[in-house]
Ligand binder design. Sequence first.
Ligand code: GLA
Length: 723
Amino acid sequence: MSVNYNNETKTFTLTGKNLCYAFWINDLGYPEHLYFGAPIGSDDLRFTRAFGATSMAATPPGIDNVPSYNAYPSELSFFGTGDYREPAVQVVNPSGDRLCELLFDSYEVVSLKPKISGMPSLDGGETLIIHLKDRLNRFAADLYYTVYDDCSVIARRAVYKNLGASEIRLERAYSFSLALPDRSYEMLSLYGVWAKERHIDRIPLHHGVVSIDSKRTTSSATLNPFMALLRPDTSESHGEAIGVNLVYSSSYVLKAEVNPDGTTQLTGGINDFDFNWKLAPGEEFETPEAVIAYSDEGIGGMSRAFHDAYREHLINKRFVKSPRPLLINNWEATYFNFDVPKLCAIADAVNGLGIDTLVLDDGWFGKRDNDTSGLGDWVVNTEKLHGGLKAIIDHVHSLGMKFGLWFEPEMVSEDSDLFRAHPDWTIGVPDRKRCYSRHQFVLDLTRKDVRDHIVKAVSDIIENNEIDYVKWDYNRNVTESWSYCLEAERQMEFAHRYALGFYDICERIVNGHPDVFFEGCSGGGARFDPAVLYYFPQIWTSDDSDAEERTKIQYGTSVVYPLSSMSCHVSVCPNHQTNHTTPFETRAIIAHLGATGYELDSTRFTEEEKAAVKRQTEAYKKSEDLVLTGDLYRIDSPFETEFFTEAIVAKDKSKAELICYRRFSSINNEIKRVKMAGLDPQATYRLEEKGIVAKGSTFMNVGFAPDFPRHDFYALKYHFTEI
Ligand code: GLA
C-alpha cells in the first residue's frame, strides 16, 4: 500500500490491495478526481479529463471562462458556487449565506491511522489527509483517505472546522464524495424488516438521485447502511463492483446521482434530514467513516474485500478469529416462563454435547414476566430466580460451561422503577404523549447522567456475578427525537448525539470488561452495522430462525459482513416464526454458517437428537476456523434459484467446505450440477464424502451433482482437502 504525491502533476495516487485511487489538485486548487478502480500504471492521468454538458454553467466565483465546479469530478462537492450536484457539505454562515468554497491548502501522510473521537473506525493502513480551506478562511474540511495492503478497501471521512470568529451551522456534513466516470451502473442494496433482514434489491441508476437512508436514529433493518454500484453485467463472480458501507449506527443517507454529463457521484454519511449542528469558533465536526470496497471479481470479490477489512481492521482482535461460544439460549425454549430448575435442566441436557455456554435471555430482572414491564430495572428478580443468578451460574460453571446474560441497556418500560423515578430520562417531548413500541421507551443517551446510570447498572451486574457473555439488545426505534438537556436550536443534533451516546456506553461497558464476550442484537438483526461490529464481534442476525428463511437472510447479510459476525441458531420445528418444518441436519448446516448456537428446549431432546447435536457440534468445531477466517464464495442465490450454495475456502486453499441446500424436492428433477469455487486450480483435492480425487480446476469447471434426497428444505455439506 502507498500514498504518493507527484509534485509535478500535483497528483495524489493511493495504491491498495487490488485497487488504485487518484486525484489531482487542479489549477483552481480544486481536488479533482481522476480514477478509482483496478491497479494501473503510475502515469499522468490528466489526459483522461473530459468535460460535457457545460451549457448554463456558472464559472467558479470571480474567474471567467473557466469550467464550473460542477464540471469537475469531485472529492468533496460543496454548495452555492456553481456545483449543482448533491453537495457533501452545506454550512449556514453568520450572515445567513450558505456558501463555502473548499480548495486545497496542504496535505499530510500518516502511518498511524488517527481515531475518530467518540466514534468507531477501522485501524491500520496508511492515511492521506488533505486540508481544504474556504477562500474566506472561515471554514475548512479535512479529507481522510486510508488504503491497505491486505484488503481492497479505501476508508474515507471528512472533518469540518469552523475557523471563523462566529458560530456557523452545518446543515449537511457527509463523509465523502466519490466521482465515477459514467452512468452505467446498477445499485444493489439490502432492505428488510423484522424477521426478513438484508434481502437483496438491484435496480438501474437513472438521471437524478437514487438514495437509501434511515431516519430511525439507528442503522435499521429497513435499509442497511450499504450501497453497491455494479456494472449491468456484473455477476456474483465477474465484473466491477464498488460498495460503500458506513461505520455508523444512527440515521444515515447514501446517494448515487447521475449527472447531465453522464457521470455518477456517490455521496453520503449522517442523514441531513432532521439534522443540523452548531459549530462554535474553533470547533470541529467529525463524520463517520465510509468504507469503500472495490472489486473486479464481481459481488463476491467485493464481499471478500469487506470481510477482510472487518476481520483485519475493525472487529476486536481478541475475539475476531478465536473460537466463539457455542451456546444454548433459552429464549425460544421458555420465553419469559422460566425458573432456576428449568434453566439448570436446559444446561444439564446439553452437558457433554459440545455446547459450552448457557445464555439467559430476557426476563431475569425487575418485574418482567412479559414485555410490558421491567426494562431499566437491572436488578435480579429473586422471586422468579430463587438463589438469584448465582444459583444458575454456579450450576452452569459446575458443568464446565460459561454463562451469558441478556440486557437491553438503552430501554425503559413505562411500568418500571426507573421510569417512575426519572420520566425525563426518556426520549420524548414533555407536553406530548409518547409512541409505544413493544410497550417501551428509549432512554436519552444524549445525557451524560443517563449514560452514567446505564454503565453503572449493567457493570454492577457483570461485575457482581460471573458473567462470561452478554447479549445486548435494542428492540425499538426512536420517536419524538427530543432531549430535555439540549437547547432548542440543538434539538436537530439529537440523532447523531444518540449515536455518540451509544458508542460512549459501549466504550465503557464493552471495553471496560475486556474478558466478557459481547453479542449485538436489535429485535433480531435491525442494527447490523460496522460500528456495532467494532464493539460486538457477532450480532444476532434475525429473530427468524427458520433454516429456509435464513438462507436468504444470511446470504444477503454476507454481501457485506463476514460469516463470523452472524449469530445463527438451531431452533425447534415447527419453526416459531414461519411454522416450517425442516430437517434437524439442515437447521444445523445453515446455522453453522456463522457463529452458531442452539435455541430450543434441550430438556425435550430424544436420545437420537442428543447424538445428532453431539455430531453437529463436533463437525462445527472442526470447521470453525473456516467460518472465522475463510473466504466465502456464494454460488447459487436463494433469491434467484431453488438453491442456496456456498463455499468457504481456507485462505491458503488447503481445505474447503461446500454447502448445498435445495428448497423443494420434486419428481423428475432437472439435473443440478454444482461447480465449486475458490479452490487452487492447480492443486489436487479429495472430495471427502465421495472419495473423489481431482484437480481444483476440475471441481470448479466440471462440477458434480449433490446427492439431494427426496426431501424439502434439504442441506448437504461436502469437504474438500488438498492432498
Ligand atoms: C429480541 C431478540 C430476541 C430476544 C427477545 C427478548 O426480539 O431479537 O432474540 O432476545 O428480544 O425479548
